[in-house]
Write a protein that binds this ligand. Structure first.
Ligand code: FES
Length: 356
């Protein structure tokens, strides 16, 4: 039983500012302060975001809406962004990125968690996350915003991509957005039409909203240019696997914001032997210039924090201390000491030192 209620620690969060300043200068040890705060309430920390599970609801055959209330450390979060969620499973810390489908008052947020074949963290959350449990989150990231320039807004989602768009849609309608909105959601089977009841209710309440579902399983149609015809002149927001987003980019030349959540193609280059130094862990290892630093750190016995492993969530970000790395997505070289890199999509170019 916590010694203080969560509502009170949210109120007290601004009062920790002087302690944060002292910890940032190294005059206080954040981990020691966190231990005291956690003793008062399991969700209280100096800087890190922890949240209590307040509710869970299945909104599709394979998608769970998880409602959480954060401590006072969530900074400037918006619907449409995504956060990293961390869970320790069998002693190993796992992280994964989830979209914020709602950001409400008093620190209440909602995430959409989809069952994934082999998805350890998502499946553990679906089975085990209970009301009252406290979970750790990262700070929110992401640039998707509701567009206001076009004749209307087209929302295109594939699978769990709906979770990145739903929060923006909810907010825009509640704030009185009156231009036409077309939502087109591609799912394999009818049971995967997540949030269907809510979306049907929104259509009744807001006559400017039209929602369509496109079933893609068993020979159903995937995204085709003619599906976009009713959105002529609209600005589009899209989220889905990389192939879905790539197809959309090929057949749409108007305003488009998009996010992809599946692995991006990597440039393949032969890898020579290199020396790796993981400074914080005091580990040195032999490596190569083909695999990502994250893979090679894990092979050396480290367990760095990470999430998507695709360069999207920033959950693995660390500092390059020496040497150079190659961005496996773009081929760009990063070689500035002190530069932030994403080890999951960075391969060493020669010997490197990183703050891991
Ligand atoms: S693990 Fe998500 S960016 Fe590296």
């Amino acid at each position: 039983m916590p010694l203080l209620p969560l509502a009170l620690i949210r109120l007290l969060a601004p009062l920790l500012r002087p302690l944060r300043a002292l910890a940032a200068r190294g005059w206080l040890v954040e981990a020691e302060l966190d231990a005291v705060l956690a003793w008062l309430h399991p969700a209280w920390r100096l800087n890190r975001v922890f949240a209590r599970v307040e509710g869970r609801e299945w909104v599709g055959d394979d998608l769970l809406a998880l409602r959480l209330r954060c401590n006072g450390n969530a900074r400037g979060w918006r619907a449409g962004q995504h956060v990293q969620l961390y869970l320790c499973l069998d002693g190993v810390r796992h992280g994964r990125s989830y979209s914020l489908t709602r950001v409400a008052d008093a620190g209440v947020i909602e995430l959409g968690i989809r069952r994934q074949p082999g998805g350890r963290l998502s499946n553990a959350l679906l089975e085990r996350a209970e009301v009252g449990q406290v979970l750790e989150l990262g700070q929110a990231q992401g640039e998707l915003r509701w567009p206001r320039q076009g004749a209307g807004v087209g929302l295109l989602a594939a699978g769990s991509g709906i979770t990145a768009l739903l929060g923006l849609l909810r907010e825009a309608l509640a704030q009185g957005y009156a231009a036409p909105v077309q939502l087109l959601h591609y799912v394999r089977e009818a049971g995967q039409r997540a949030y269907r009841d809510e979306l049907l209710g929104l259509m009744q309440r807001y006559p400017n909203l039209r929602v369509h579902w496109q079933l893609t399983g068993q020979g159903g149609e995937r995204l085709r240019p003619e599906h976009l015809a009713p959105m002529h002149g609209f600005d589009l927001l899209a989220c889905g696997p990389a192939g879905f987003v790539a197809t959309l980019r090929e057949c749409w030349d108007g305003g488009l914001q998009h996010e992809a959540f599946s692995p991006l193609p990597r440039s393949a280059e032969p890898g020579g032997a290199v020396r790796l130094e993981f400074v914080r862990s005091r580990v040195q290892a032999s490596g190569d210039s083909a695999r990502s630093l994250l893979e090679q750190a894990e092979a050396a016995g480290l367990r760095p924090a990470h999430g998507c492993r695709q360069g999207i969530c920033a959950g693995c970000t660390c500092t390059l201390l020496g040497g150079a790395v190659r961005d496996l997505r773009s081929g760009a070289t990063l070689a500035e000491p002190g530069q932030a890199i994403r080890p999951c999509v960075s391969a060493p170019l020669g010997d490197v030192r990183v703050d891991l």
